[in-house]
Design a protein around this ligand. Structure first.
Ligand code: SF4
Ligand code: SF4
Length: 128
């Protein structure tokens, strides 16, 4: 399960992620971090069975967390299976199937948004 930590100026100086790892013992993997002094967001991969405890530990520390049900959403009615999104994906989420339709392995998605920009048909949106 992927979660987004919305960093605000009051929490960015604090070692929140380290604290949550120490408290929960969960092996958190930072997929993407875009944090500036005024705030930003960090996408974190959390083991499915630890998710509830991890989210609670972040919230206890005043952090805002969003659970990402789907990191990237493809509108199959708009997708023309051109494959333009495949070449820009840094983590190999998207690939062609035997019938040349595109498939997505969403566990690998780090929500960089590169495929959204590349798609000529507006078929992709970043999940919230
Ligand atoms: S958002 Fe980035 S990582 Fe996710 S599928 Fe698109 S290009 Fe790949
Ligand atoms: S770039 Fe857009 S239209 Fe082309 S395969 Fe990817 S999602 Fe489909």
């Amino acid at each position: 399960m992927k979660i987004t930590l919305h960093a605000t100026p009051d929490i960015t100086p604090r070692p929140l992620i380290a604290e949550v790892i120490l408290e929960t013992g969960a092996l958190l993997n930072i997929d993407r971090a875009d944090v500036k002094p005024k705030g930003g967001e960090v996408v974190i991969d959390v083991p499915e069975d630890e998710c509830e405890r991890v989210v609670a530990a972040f919230k206890k520390r005043g952090a805002t967390i969003t659970c990402l049900k789907q990191p990237i959403i493809k509108d199959d009615d708009e997708c023309i299976n051109c494959g333009a999104c495949i070449s820009v994906c840094p983590t190999g989420v998207i690939s062609f199937m035997d019938d040349w339709s595109v498939q997505m392995d969403l566990d690998k998605c780090v929500q960089c948004g590169a495929c959204v920009t590349m798609c000529p048909h507006g078929a992709l949106t970043v999940g919230k």
